[in-house]
Structure formats: C-alpha cells, structure tokens
Design a protein around this ligand. Structure first.
Ligand code: GTP
Ligand code: MG
Length: 193
C-alpha cells in the first residue's frame, strides 16, 4: 500500500480540532500520541523523510490541533496534541482531550495508534491510562520509546516496557534508530486490512 515514492508525496493537509473539520473519512490513518514534547512531530518528519513538515519545538505543547498529513493517496498520518502538559489552560486541555478521544473512538479510518514514550522518563501513569483505554476499546496500538540516543545501554535494559508484554520499538530521530522498523510495522498494518 505505501509505495517507495511516498516520502516525496507527503504533504500537510490541515490542523483542526472539531470533527466537522476532519478530512473525509475514506482511506486509512495512523495516529501518533503521547506526552507533550515526547517527540511525536520529530518522528513524523523522520517517517516522512522531511525536515520540517511537522513543526518541532523545544517548548512542550507545540502541537495544539489534530494535524493530518497525506502520505499518499488513501494514507494519512495524524499528529495528535500531546497529553500531560500543565502549562496550557485547563479548558484548552479539556477541549483537546475531548476531541482527541472522539477521534480515536469514532474514526473508522483509524488503523493504528502509535503511543510514544520518552525513554528518559519511561512510562508514566498517563501513558498506562491511555494504553489501557486503547486496549479496552479494541483500538490497535503500537508502543515505542523515543530519544533512545539520550540514555545509556544500562538504562535501556531497565526500561519498563521491556519487562511487560507490550511489544515496543526503540527509536531516535537523531540517529535514525528504529525508524525503518516502525515504517515496516506501519506498512504491515496497512497491508493487513
Ligand atoms: N536527542 C533527541 N531529541 C529529540 C528526539 N526526538 C525529538 N527530540 C527533541 O525533543 C523536543 C520535542 O520534540 P517534538 O517533536 O516537537 O515533540 P512533540 O511530541 O511533537 O511535542 P508537542 O507537539 O509539544 O506535544 C525537540 O527539541 C526535539 O528536537 C530524539 O530522538 N533524540
Ligand atoms: Mg508536536
């Protein structure tokens, strides 16, 4: 389904919140979700082989809308606003949350949610909550660690997901580690159905 040319075909479609503004539901979507600043937008750029298509920032809370990227005809990546960022007014957080929850629960084109966890912080209570919620809602889920270049090999071995039963990948947009594996996993998911 994803062809080799897809990197050059990628384009930003729209950044919106309300369901009425979401693109037509046809095709398939892979959504990226995790704490603010975990590296969602960076990973999307790496996957799309583009430097700045998704806006990256040192300041948490940069992605404030549901951002849709056309990867190729019928395939979209979706950058979701991050959770756990306290410096945004609560009302705004609630609005993001409400729309993001509605997105994951109702979007029939959603094929997979990729949950990103910062390897320096490891899995936190909100990550667990989100993973449990997706599992209970029967939404296909792939977990991965980001910024794996920032921790030592000893710390890698202690990562909590290693001991759990959840299959996960370890990635770095600095070194490129795990990006190929993630792309392959996405490709397999898209081909399955
Ligand atoms: N060392 C290192 N830094 C990274 C990596 N991925 C992202 N970063 C940095 O982490 C910061 C946040 O990255 P973003 O991609 O903007 O994170 P985000 O999850 O989209 O953040 P929000 O949109 O604010 O929720 C930036 O300063 C990135 O350069 C990585 O693999 N290694
Ligand atoms: Mg972002």
């Amino acid at each position: 389904m994803l062809n080799k040319r897809y990197a050059s075909d990628c384009r930003f479609l729209r950044g919106v919140l309300h369901p009425k503004d979401w693109p037509d539901v046809s095709g398939k979507e892979i959504a990226f979700w995790g704490r603010s600043n975990v590296g969602k937008s960076s990973l999307l750029n790496a996957l799309m082989k583009r430097k700045n298509l998704a806006k990256v920032s040192k300041t948490p809370g940069r992605t404030q809308s549901i951002n849709f990227y056309q990867v190729q005809e019928g395939v979209r990546y979706v950058d979701l606003p991050g959770y756990g960022y306290a410096c945004v007014p609560e009302v705004l957080q609630n609005m993001w949350h409400k729309n993001v929850l509605e997105y994951v629960l109702t979007r029939t084109s959603l094929s997979l949610v990729v949950i990103l966890v910062d390897s320096r912080r490891d899995v936190g209570p909100q990550d667990i909550e989100v993973m449990n919620f997706l599992t209970k809602s029967l939404i296909p889920l792939q977990c991965l660690y980001t910024k794996i270049d920032c921790i030592s090999s000893a710390q890698r071995r202690l990562l909590k997901l290693n001991a759990g039963e959840i299959h996960h990948l370890k990635t770095s947009t600095t070194t490129g580690e795990g990006v190929f594996e993630l792309r392959t996993h996405i490709l397999n998911t898209l081909q399955k159905g």
